[in-house]
Design a protein around this ligand. Structure first.
Ligand SMILES: Cc1cc2nc3c(=O)[nH]c(=O)nc-3n(C[C@H](O)[C@H](O)[C@H](O)COP(=O)(O)O)c2cc1C
Length: 200
């Protein structure tokens, strides 16, 4: 079983995070989940799932809603900068932050590791592990673009929440799958939902 970190910050697009969480756990791997307070607020608004910020109850809520096995999910307090994932010695396969707010993006790009999402991302960069950020904002300011450039230069993958329409999606679920399966693929988890383009 491999270990992956998922950060949910306060950008719009909570369905992406749930699909990635489900993809990691369904692949038989362990997901170490950290949510920011704005991340939980947006999740509640967009999905009706009300997380509390308390790891034990949030784990239960997510297990029930997404049908996740006990051993495939660990929820960690966003303020616990002494958690396992805050150290490079804890070997993970990588981290995704989806959605990644422009605030969290800016903090990571500038090395400001105040909370656990930012610290765990900083660790991934310093250890040269996979870090995927899924920003959601429109339009982008120069500050956002410069921060994305900085992160790309530091080795992160910027994977914007901008699904394509060439596979003719029939539902929101199709759009969510298009992004979430790209994230899973970049983490090294082969997703059966990723439709390969076969040319016209
Ligand atoms: C309903 C709602 C939607 C939001 N959508 C976005 C968004 O798409 N992108 C973004 O960067 N911030 C968005 N925000 C603002 C962030 O949540 C806010 O900047 C927050 O401080 C980010 O904190 P965090 O990075 O610690 O999660 C949204 C906030 C709310 C309440």
């Amino acid at each position: 079983m491999d270990k992956y970190i998922l950060g949910i910050s306060g950008g719009s697009g909570a369905l992406y995070s749930l699909a990635i969480l489900k993809g990691i756990s369904d692949s038989g791997n362990a997901c170490y989940l950290v949510t920011s307070k704005p991340g939980r607020r947006v999740l509640s608004l967009e999905t009706g799932i009300n997380l509390t910020g308390k790891p034990s109850s949030d784990k239960k809520i997510l297990q029930e809603n997404l049908n996740i096995n006990d051993g495939n999910l660990e929820v960690i307090d966003e303020n616990d900068v002494g958690a396992n994932i805050a150290s490079g010695s804890f070997r993970t396969k990588g981290m995704a932050i989806a959605p990644c707010s422009t605030g969290t993006l800016g903090s990571i790009a500038n090395g400001i590791s105040r909370g656990l999402i930012e610290r765990a991302a900083d660790v991934c960069l310093k250890e040269r592990r996979t870090l995927i950020v899924v920003p959601r904002e429109t339009p982008y300011s120069l500050i956002h673009l410069e921060n994305m450039t900085k992160l790309t230069k530091a080795g992160a993958i910027v994977l914007p929440a901008s699904p394509g329409f060439y596979n003719v999606p029939k539902s929101i679920d199709d759009l969510v799958k298009m992004i979430s399966s790209r994230v899973l693929e970049k983490l090294g988890i082969v997703s059966s939902t990723l439709k390969e383009w076969e040319g016209t």
